[in-house]
Ligand binder design. Structure first.
Ligand code: GLN
Length: 514
């Protein structure tokens, strides 16, 4: 059984970051909204230590999130961070109150004693990052102060495995943060570095074999990273007991369907059923130009096609499992909002499966973060063109043809987009930007080509740099590059005679135009 660290999430925006830091240390960890004391006690879960995250609430408020106080009797190391520290204090006879002066941002940590296992190798005085309104005014019973800032108690311990920090060691602005977390994980919890991608693959493969047995599995392959990695992983485990379904909506990038099909058949011997639903989607979109209406039509149509096809397949294969490329952030999101008992059903990637279509879900990637999924893909031999692929919206080109979507416009856009993306790749720029694409505008302008007057569409090139896709800046692509792309598109694509470059950031713009 896998050893792990448990992070109890009290709603901090940094909970995922704590998990990331720990996994980077090759230690497995999970973020949970609630702790199951019994499972830990009876050995069903091999927990080496527990972290309490930060959170927006104040421990003295009514209905503030809390934890079963039994957790303190488990004899496991505990590290409280910010709200976590305040909660440890509150539940152990100390006092937390609103501070006169809030601390946000940089502060200086003064460590009292470097012999403390949490602070081995940590500088006596270093920059840390704070974000709190409340502070400790009375220490909990049996605790002592082990570090301070000039205005607050920065760290306490009871010398019995319980530690608490007022600051956030998980953010990069805390200079010795990683060292402190490492000390907790290795010196105090005595974890081993055993969370490796290669062992993940071996374990998962075994588990998939065992779970599936002689049954059949269906998977909707989109060609994106998550579903591709899931498909190849499952295929390695059970071969042709897996059937993948690929739906060509007619709104994919140039030749995408064909490429996906050929590629996976050739390199991974995947059993793929190709569903050509182009006409259905394009027919439904006739005459519709409002973006939300288009999104709805495409989403609903997808569910309909998917349900019809999956019903056929289920009939043929008698499939018991539906596999999905759900990843950890999807799981956490549904957990924090709804609590642990609802999670299994709430994060269906493919929403709206009819009641009578009973499947068990197979989600082999659901413990992984995106970059870990990429690493698995890499180990399994998937090429960078799939692993490092920019995100592509569900409604596809349906929302990159602005206004009404017609087959002709989709074709024009596919050609233009293909030129832009190919150029980015050839010039080594594709991996330097996070999302790039062409959008076709419903505007025609006058141009001149070979002494002839032209009257054709304008296309916009968009490329952004972003970490989390919540905010983004436009990519400062070289002028010469933009010039070349513009020339190529105008020369090669019939129907476009003008290119503009989108220089809006998000916010106030969005990444996609619709
Ligand atoms: N809400 C608490 C405070 O303001 C804890 C904040 C936090 O965990 N970052 O002090």
């Amino acid at each position: 059984m896998k050893e792990k660290i448990i992070i109890i999430d009290f709603g901090s925006q940094y909970s995922q970051l704590i998990a990331r830091r720990i996994r980077e240390m090759e230690v497995y960890c999970e973020i949970v909204p609630l702790i199951d004391i019994e499972k830990i006690k009876n050995g069903e879960e091999k927990v080496k230590g527990i972290i309490f995250s930060g959170g927006p609430a104040s421990v003295y408020e009514k209905d503030a999130p809390t934890v079963n106080p039994e957790v303190f009797n488990l004899n496991l190391p505990i590290l409280g961070i910010c709200y976590g520290m305040q909660l440890i204090t509150h539940l152990n006879g100390g006092k937390v109150e609103k501070a006169d002066s809030r601390e946000f941002g940089k502060a200086v940590l003064e460590v009292e004693n470097n012999d403390n296992p949490l602070f081995i190798g940590v500088k006596k005085s270093s920059n840390i990052w704070m974000s709190h309104n409340d502070h400790i005014t009375e220490l909990p019973t049996g605790f002592e102060i082990i570090a301070k800032t000039d205005s607050s108690i920065a760290a306490i311990t009871n010398n019995n495995g319980i530690y608490a920090l007022q600051f956030h060691p998980e953010v990069v602005h805390s200079e010795c943060g990683t060292q402190i977390l490492e000390n907790f994980i290795f010196n105090i919890c005595k974890c081993e570095r055993n969370w490796k991608i290669s062992s993940f693959i071996i374990e998962k493969t075994k588990l998939i074999k065992k779970t599936v047995g002689d049954e059949h599995v269906l998977l909707a392959l989109s060609g994106g990273v998550d579903s591709s990695v899931a498909a190849v992983l499952i295929n390695n485990a059970i071969g042709h007991q897996l059937t993948c379904m690929f739906v060509d909506t007619g709104l994919l990038r140039k030749d995408e369907g064909k490429k996906v099909l050929e590629y996976y058949k050739k390199h991974f011997d995947l059993n793929i059923v190709f569903v050509d639903a182009k006409d259905r989607f394009l027919n439904k979109l006739k005459g519709v130009d409002e973006p939300e209406a288009k999104r709805k039509i495409i989403g609903n149509e997808f569910i309909e096609v998917f349900n019809e096809e999956i019903r056929k397949l289920k009939g043929q294969e008698g499939a018991k499992f539906l596999a999905q490329g759900t990843i950890y952030p999807d799981v956490i999101e549904s957990q924090s909002i709804k609590g642990p008992s609802h999670t299994i059903k709430s994060h269906h990637n493919v929403g709206g499966l009819p009641e009578d279509l009973q499947f068990e879900l197979l989600e082999p990637l659901k413990e992984l973060f995106k970059d870990e999924v990429r690493k698995v893909g890499h180990e399994l031999g998937l090429p960078d063109t799939i692993i490092k692929r920019h995100p592509f919206p569900g409604p596809g080109l349906g929302i990159r043809v602005i206004g009404e979507v017609t087959p002709d416009k989709v074709k024009i856009l596919q050609e233009a987009d293909d030129i832009f993306i190919t150029e980015l790749m050839e010039k080594g720029l594709y991996d330097k930007v996070d999302q790039a694409f062409v959008t076709l505008l419903p505007v025609k302008t006058v141009g001149v080509m070979g002494d002839q007057r032209t009257y054709e569409y304008v296309a916009a090139i968009r490329s952004v740099n972003t970490i989390d896709f919540m905010t983004a800046t436009w990519s400062k692509l070289p002028y010469e590059f933009l010039e070349e792309v513009s020339n190529k598109i105008i020369n090669k694509v019939n129907g476009i005679n003008r290119i503009v470059y989108d220089i809006s950031s998000k916010p106030p713009g969005t990444i996609e135009w619709e």
